[in-house]
Every structure is written in structure tokens, then in C-alpha cells.
Design a protein around this ligand. Structure first.
Ligand SMILES: Cc1cc2nc3c(=O)[nH]c(=O)nc-3n(C[C@H](O)[C@H](O)[C@H](O)COP(=O)(O)OP(=O)(O)OC[C@H]3O[C@@H](n4cnc5c(N)ncnc54)[C@H](O)[C@@H]3O)c2cc1C
Length: 376
């Protein structure tokens, strides 16, 4: 029997294949679950939209260095190479993830964007442009930073001002002369502002202050302390975990240093735009030649046609396990702990989901349940 004949879902011209598990997304989360699925000997595939491995990392700015040292950048079973206390570059991470998939011979299918996931008669149908898969279980590992977020005032900015989201920023060489306004007081905004300050007049708009944490103190890296104190393992079920979740942190930067050492001028929240002038909540305003929106990302799960979202479109889950039998998420920010969306700790959630996958009992198909004898 051909694969196509087996499928009840086949549409014209679509070949449907069968797997035990389909993983959507081939970044670090997809590869980490892939490691455990391979260990279990499962028949699975990892569908990755991009044509190249480690797409998210390759798309980040050129000079990006990790805030986690190499010793904390290891996925399960294959150590991040080199000196453990250095902070690897973007390109090293891309190389490591590429090597990781190769090392374990993980079945990553590049150029395979999933267009929809739906569920009928106990099986998931995972549809791409040119083919579809059926699976009992699906892991969505499409990343915590998907859709660039820009505030509505951006629309009113005069076209003479160059504006771009931080996800498009690569290096100072591509930024024209003149004052640059970076909007966003998170790690990305601070790092881009600092980098540009060597060649440009730079302004940084900070909407809400994040708690600055030094990269190193008492001779050790921040993440060493988070491990040692157990804070990195505090879950969203604990009080301290919830407090940490609600408080974004700025690692290795702080406003004073940026102003004093790098000459970056600080402003309050960007609240209005009039032509080419941006007004801030502290009453100041600026005419900038370039505006870089380091205002974060949202997620888009609108292509998942399974009722596992709350009224605000957020995934309803417990540690990545949803109410839909066999549907899991992996790599969400604070999925379980601060480490959930970090290279070195995603393995804990991946191992947990792999255990759920192993313990999964498929529902009996409708009509196949055993009938209890009727009482006389
Ligand atoms: C600027 C920046 C710096 C960071 N620095 C660090 C750091 O120093 N240390 C650290 O541990 N973490 C860091 N992170 C956090 C985290 O490690 C990364 O965001 C990481 O890329 C998340 O991995 P992921 O696999 O969950 O998602 P991603 O890397 O985003 O991978 C998801 C993959 O899914 C694919 N995809 C999406 N939709 C579909 C679809 N419909 N069908 C098929 N494929 C799809 C995408 O192409 C992508 O390859 C940083 C994040 C950012 C933004």
C-alpha cells in the first residue's frame, strides 16, 4: 500500500506521510527534543521553514555575543566546543547547532514551513505547501521571538527617517550618518546603542526600566550564581519564580554606564511622532536620521487550528503540555523556568516532554471503544 493510499486526509496533489512525532521548528528547542526522540528510537521528523540550519541565530546582528558563557550553551549529549568561560559569537552558535544536528544525524527537513496543524479522528494533520504529515504527537518548537513588534507611532514617522526593527539591524556600517534613536531599554536596545556609539550620535529611549545585573561578580559569571543558588531552576509555580518572570533583566549593561562611558543620551518612553520628530515621556524630543525599534517580538500561532489558546491567544499549557492529547510546545519564554528559552537549559523541558511522549497512550478511534455489557 502506498503512503498516499493510507491517508484519509489526502487532498489532490498532496502526499501525506506518517510519523510517530512531528517536530515543527529546527532551532535549539527542536534539536533538543530531536535528541531525546532519537534516543527513544521514534519515527519522527523535524520540519524547519528556513533553508539553512540555525536560522534565528544567523538573522541576528553581526557582532552579537552570547550573555551565557559556553559552559551554559550546551544542548543534551554534545558539549559546546572551546574554552568554557568565553562568550561565544552568533556565528559560533550557528555552527554548533549545525554540527549538533549532523552529529546525531537528526532528521531535519529544511525549507519546510508548516502552514497548519489540525486534528481529526485522533491524529494530527501537519500541512505544508507541497505535502502533509500525519502524526499521533506534535511538538511546536517555533521559537519565542517570531514577529517583530513595533509601536503604532512608527507609522507616522516621516519617510525621510530610516526606520528598522532590531531584527533587521546588522552592523553600524549600514546605518547612515546622523543621529540614531534606538527605542527599547532591553538587552537588545542597550547592546545596539553601545555598538553604534563608537561611530554615531546615539540616543536610547527607555520605556520601562529593567533590573540591571552584572555579567560577572565575585569573580564568576551571573549564570554560575543563578545555577549555584538554584534560581535558574525556580519554576512559574513558585512565588520567587513568578516574581522573576514579571521582572525583565538587563545583563551586563546599565543606563549610567551607557551614558557616561559611551556618551549615549537617554530619554523616556517614545510616546509620539510628528513628522521626523519623536517625543518622549520626559518632555524631550529628537529629530533623528535613523530609528531602530528594539521593541521586542510577539509570537504567531494563528496557523495552529487546535483549541489550546486562551482568549488573548496565549498557549494554555502546563510545562509545555497542552489539553490536546499529544500536542506540546517547547522553547516558550518562561515555559517552566528562566532557562526554558535558553540554550543550556532547554534540555530540561525537552526531557520532560520526551517522557510525556513516551508515556502517551493514543485515544481509541471513535467507534472502536469496547462496549460494557448492558445490565439486564
Ligand atoms: C538577541 C538575542 C540574544 C540571545 N542571546 C542568548 C544567549 O546569550 N544565551 C541563550 O541561552 N539564549 C539567548 N537568546 C534566547 C534563545 O536562546 C534564542 O532566542 C533561541 O533562538 C531560541 O531557540 P528556539 O529553538 O526556541 O527558537 P528559534 O531559534 O527561533 O528556532 C525556531 C525555528 O522554527 C522555525 N519555524 C518557525 N515557524 C515555523 C513553521 N511554521 N514551520 C517550520 N519551521 C518554523 C524558524 O525558522 C526557526 O528556525 C537570545 C535571543 C535573542 C533574541
Amino acid at each position: 500500500m502506498t503512503v498516499a493510499e493510507r491517508s484519509p486526509h489526502m487532498t489532490d496533489g498532496t502526499v501525506t506521510e506518517r510519523r510517530d512525532v512531528v517536530v515543527v521548528g529546527g532551532g535549539q528547542a527542536g534539536l533538543a527534543i530531536g535528541y531525546f526522540l532519537a534516543e527513544q528510537g521514534r519515527h519522527f521528523t523535524i520540519l524547519e521553514a528556513a533553508e539553512q540550519p540555525a536560522a534565528a541565530w544567523r538573522a541576528r546582528w553581526d557582532s552579537l555575543k552570547l550573555f551565557t558563557p559556553a559552559r551554559y550553551d550546551t544542548l543534551p549529549g554534545f558539549a559546546f566546543p572551546g574554552e568554557p568561560d568565553r562568550y561565544p559569537t552568533r556565528d559560533e552558535v550557528a555552527e554548533y547547532l549545525t554540527d549538533y544536528a549532523r552529529h546525531f544525524d537528526l532528521p531535519v527537513e529544511l525549507g519546510s514551513r508548516v502552514r497548519s496543524i489540525s486534528r481529526t479522528s485522533g491524529l494530527y494533520l501537519v500541512e505544508l505547501d507541497d505535502r502533509a504529515y500525519e502524526a499521533e504527537q506534535v511538538v511546536v518548537a517555533t521559537g519565542p521571538f517570531q514577529v517583530p513588534r513595533v509601536p503604532p507611532i512608527a507609522e507616522r514617522l516621516d519617510p525621510e527617517v530610516l526606520q528598522l526593527h532590531s531584527s533587521v539591524y546588522r552592523s553600524p556600517a549600514a546605518i547612515p550618518e546622523g543621529a540614531v534613536l534606538v527605542v527599547g531599554g532591553g538587552n537588545t536596545g542597550f547592546q545596539i546603542a553601545e555598538e553604534l556609539s563608537a561611530s554615531h550620535e546615539v540616543h536610547l529611549s527607555i520605556g520601562s526600566r529593567q533590573t540591571p545585573l552584572p555579567q560577572r561578580f565575585l569573580g564568576r559569571d551571573l549564570f554560575w550564581h543563578l545555577e549555584r543558588t538554584g534560581l535558574i531552576y525556580k519554576t512559574t509555580a513558585s512565588r520567587i519564580g513568578r516574581r522573576m518572570e514579571g521582572r525583565d533583566t538587563l545583563i551586563g549593561s546599565n543606563p549610567r554606564r551607557l551614558r557616561r562611558r559611551h556618551g549615549v543620551q537617554l530619554h523616556g518612553r517614545a510616546v509620539d511622532v510628528d513628522g521626523s520628530t519623536v517625543a518622549f515621556s520626559d518632555g524631550t524630543s529628537l529629530h533623528a536620521a535613523t530609528v531602530i525599534w528594539a521593541t521586542g517580538f510577539g509570537v504567531d500561532h494563528s496557523w495552529i487550528d487546535v483549541p489550546v489558546f486562551d482568549a488573548d491567544g496565549r498557549v494554555a499549557h502546563r510545562r509545555g503540555v497542552t489539553e490536546a492529547p499529544g500536542l506540546y510546545f517547547l522553547g516558550l519564554t518562561w515555559q517552566h523556568t528562566r532557562g526554558s528559552a535558553l540554550l543550556g537549559w532547554v534540555k530540561d523541558d525537552a526531557a520532560y516532554i520526551a517522557d510525556r511522549i513516551a508515556a502517551f497512550e493514543p485515544e481509541a478511534p471513535i467507534g472502536a471503544q469496547r462496549r460494557e455489557p448492558q445490565a439486564a
